[in-house]
Each structure stands twice: as C-alpha cells, then as structure tokens.
Write a protein that binds this ligand. Sequence first.
Ligand SMILES: Nc1nc2c(ncn2[C@@H]2O[C@H](COP(=O)(O)OP(=O)(O)OP(=O)(O)O)[C@@H](O)[C@H]2O)c(=O)[nH]1
Ligand SMILES: [Mg+2]
Length: 428
Amino acid sequence: MKTESITTSAKIETAVLVAVSTQQQRPEKTEEYLAELDFLATTAGAITKAKFTQNLEHPDNKTYVGSGKLEDIKAYVTAYDIDMVIFDDDLSPSQVRNLETHFECKILDRSLLILNIFSDRAKTAQAKVQVELAQYQYVLPRLTRMWTHLQKQKGGVGMRGPGETELETDRRIIKHRISILKEKLDKIDRQSNTRRQNRDRMVRAALVGYTNVGKSTLMKAIAKADVFAENKLFATVDSTVRKVVIDRIPFLLTDTVGFIRKLPTTLIECFKSTLDEIREADVLIHVVDISHESFEEHIEVVGKTLTEIGAANKPTVLVFNKIDLYEKQLRREEHERRRLEELGQAPDYEEEETEDLITRLKRTYHGKDEHTTVFISASKKKNIDEFKKEVLRKVREKHFEIFPNYKKEEWEWGGNFDLSTDGSEEID
Ligand SMILES: Nc1nc2c(ncn2[C@@H]2O[C@H](COP(=O)(O)OP(=O)(O)OP(=O)(O)O)[C@@H](O)[C@H]2O)c(=O)[nH]1
Ligand SMILES: [Mg+2]
C-alpha cells in the first residue's frame, strides 16, 4: 500500500567548527582536536559543514579569532544558513556576547556541547540532576541568549534575546533552581552513599578510560551486563555496577563515564558522586583504544583526571583494547605502502609492527606504578581469558587483604549467588 510520506523528523542542524593553533597547541594537534569536536557535534546530532582554524599567539579576548577570520566565518555562515558555530575552547561571557551579536546564530563551546550530550544521555535521577546542575552552573556567568538555547532544547522559550531586566530575572530563577538542584543532589548522594556502604564489603574494581574506548563493551563481555555501548562519545553517563565472580572470587565491577580532553575541572566535579565509584575503587581497569592515533595522549589525560579527582595510585590493569582494529589498520597501511613501493613512491618511514608496539608499551607501562598491561579485543573476545587473569590477580591481592581468612568453599554470600561457576549478577 502506498501512503503519503509524512516528514516528522526535525531538521538536522548544521554547524561550523572553529579552533586556534598556538605555541602550546601545534596545528597537527588542532586538527585532531577538531576531529574530536566533529565527533562530539555528530553525537549531539549536528552536521559539521566546515572547519576554520587560525594561528594566533593566544585566542582573541573579545572574539576568540581575529577580525579577518571572523568575517570569513560570517560569510560562510550566512551563505549556507548555518545553525551554530562551535568553538573548541571555552568562551568567556563577553566572548559569547560578542560572537552572538556578530554571527546571529547559536554559539557553543566544547563544554556546552558535552553538557548537551550528557543531558540527552542521562537516565538515572542522579545523573539527570547532576547534568542539569552542571548546565546551570556553567551557564549562569555566561547568561546571554545562550541560556535560551538550552531552554529551547528542553521545549522552553525560543531564541528570543532577553533584555537586561529579563536577564536579571533569569539569573534569579537560575540561582534558585541551582539551590533546589543542590539540595536534591545532596539527598540522592546520601542515599547512594548509604547504598554503597550497605553493599557487602567486596573488592571493588572500576572500568575507567577515555570516552569511546570500549569500557561498556568490556563490561558486557565479562559481566554479561546489558549495558549500552555504541560508537558515539559519552554513550555511558550513568554508572552501572555488577557483582562478578571469577574463579570463585567475588568482586564488584563498575562501568563509568568516559573522560575527555579540555573538560574543565568544575564540570567534572558536578559528577562527584558518580566519580566516587572510581575514588572508592580498590582496583582500576584503565581501558585504552590502541587503534586511536592519540591513544598515548588519552592515557595521559585519564591519568591527569584521576589525579584531579583524587583517584591516582591505585593498583591498575592497563587494558589495550581494539587490537583487532589496530591490526586491520596496520594491514591496510602495509598494503598501501606496498602499492606505493611498486610505484616507486613509498614513504621512507616504517610503520611500527604490532609486535614492536606491544613490546614497547609493555616496556613503558608494565610494572610502572603497580600497572600490569594486557592486549585484547573486547568486541571480538580476543585474549579475554588473559584479561580476566590479570584482573583476578589484582582483585585477589585486595581480597585477601580484606578477608585474610577467606576460604573459597566457606564463603557466605549475602544473597544466594552461585560461586561455583564464573558469572555475574545485577545489583542496584
Ligand atoms: N573493533 C573493535 N571495536 C570495539 C572494541 N571494543 C569496543 N568497540 C567499539 O567501540 C565503540 C565504543 O564502545 P563502548 O563500549 O561504548 O565504549 P565506552 O568506553 O563505554 O564509551 P563511553 O561510554 O562513550 O565513554 C563501540 O562501537 C564498540 O562496538 C574492540 O575490541 N574492537
Ligand atoms: Mg560506556
């Protein structure tokens, strides 16, 4: 039967991205940041139409980029009727005001974009309150028409630019909302603290890592948990906890929100209670996407973030994931090199072989700061047994610290959990 097609889907919004290269941020890095910003924009549901970069000593105080570049971008925005301009660094309140006046379209920066994604993804009451609080705290000092964007997305007021008196009223409303949200969050935090303390004292392991590295996929692989994993940034905003048993040793495993570059600490702090799961963990499972060209920088970012939230120096299993993808890329590059060689145009550098890379990474990270390393593919279930063995080794050490007299046969489980076979169980 042929029916009239009805278009119900909302118009997909278009975006242009803007970044500056400085002494501290070389152009190659800027390209990479922009690729990540593009991925974030896609995740948020926008299509990137163009990217603009400029070399500057530092971003312009008033308009982030210089006046010439500003005109180039404006011409593009007007010609292609672009919905939003997204900046790779955080903008000050006055920059936002100036840019909004200049472009007459939505102005976003990296943090606001991430907050929008968080707000779409949050499922539990706790995560929702955390994200809303973070949004209001972020927006309060920058209160211009930007706030009305947020409201618009939530089905509130539209793009109307509030006048000064309206801004004052808005400020009061937001401050009031912030205090209500803080009270709510306090209450939820107290409840979840109690819940955490009431859990049987078991070793606690937390999956941590950069966003999109495969933490949830790994959780699924070993805990048979029905968690949400997909190829988008920040698929996980809420944390999930499972009881897992390997070789008759029970422990708790938590999947957590991923980290990312250039995320202000103030923003991270809004997820304090989610991060408590990491802070209170006995063992960290730090997952790395070895197929990502900047994976070593990701390791650094995660390390820095862990220090910032007070969760550094824990026994850690460093898991290099997506080894399948890395090998595939290597084969593709090798193929390309051979093709160019036949044409007499081979580049004179050699790609690092998988074996070489693994040896180098082991040398760098294995044994350093109590780290052990393991190389796996979570989705292809490659080397999962070795991974389990390494996790168990760390868990076991902690476990016998807590229960010096533990005998596997005599273990009294709080519930009627079967310890005789490896497995997992959902807990709240
Ligand atoms: N090729 C390959 N893809 C993988 C592997 N592990 C995970 N992925 C894919 O990587 C993407 C991200 O996986 P997730 O498990 O959602 O990653 P995450 O670390 O939980 O991400 P966030 O929750 O967004 O921080 C998904 O598309 C997975 O299917 C792997 O070993 N190999
Ligand atoms: Mg996840």
